[in-house]
Design a protein around this ligand. Structure first.
Ligand SMILES: [Zn+2]
Length: 68
């Protein structure tokens, strides 16, 4: 198993339900789009890595115009 693999439960910004997302942080900080498993709408996720504390900060947004 890749140690950079992360699985998190997040609250969908569209429907408010909990959906699960998986991503790989071995390459550092990242942004990506994942579809909500409940309402199938795209969720914009941003992952910041705090290397001092070895923690992740996950930011969840409704899809934004900046991506497209
Ligand atoms: Zn949803």
């Amino acid at each position: 198993m890749n140690p950079g693999n992360q699985v998190h439960d997040i609250a969908c910004p569209h429907c408010g339900e909990t959906t699960r997302t998986a991503f790989d942080v071995s390459g550092g900080e990242l942004q990506f789009i994942d579809d909500c498993q409940v309402c199938c709408r795209p969720i914009h996720l941003r992952v910041d890595i705090d290397e001092q504390h070895q923690t992740l900060r996950l930011f969840v947004d409704a899809d934004s115009d900046q991506i497209y």
